[in-house]
Design a protein around this ligand. Structure first.
Ligand SMILES: [Zn+2]
Length: 83
């Protein structure tokens, strides 16, 4: 299973819940060893909340703050331009 081909993990991707992909995190989620963690930002009005999410969850992710999504991981540092 490829984990880098999905368009949902590209920086700039915006899912249907207005959660924007900022970039890949500098660490891997220990709870899901084969998943990279990505930094997401809520683009909904007046929110802008940033948090970490597994790549596999990006397409369906909801904002933990304003959309009652599940709690995010701490907003990770993103790797500089590894795409
Ligand atoms: Zn939000």
């Amino acid at each position: 299973m490829s984990r880098s081909e999905s368009p949902t993990t590209r920086p700039g991707y915006l899912n249907r819940n207005k959660q924007r992909v900022i970039g890949k995190a500098a660490w891997v989620d220990s709870n899901a060893p084969n998943q990279n963690t990505y930094k997401l930002r809520c683009e909904r009005h007046a929110c802008g909340f940033e948090y970490g999410a597994d790549g596999i969850d990006i397409h369906k992710r909801k904002c933990p703050r304003c959309q009652d999504g599940k709690p995010g991981q701490p907003a990770p540092e993103t790797l500089p331009a590894l795409f």
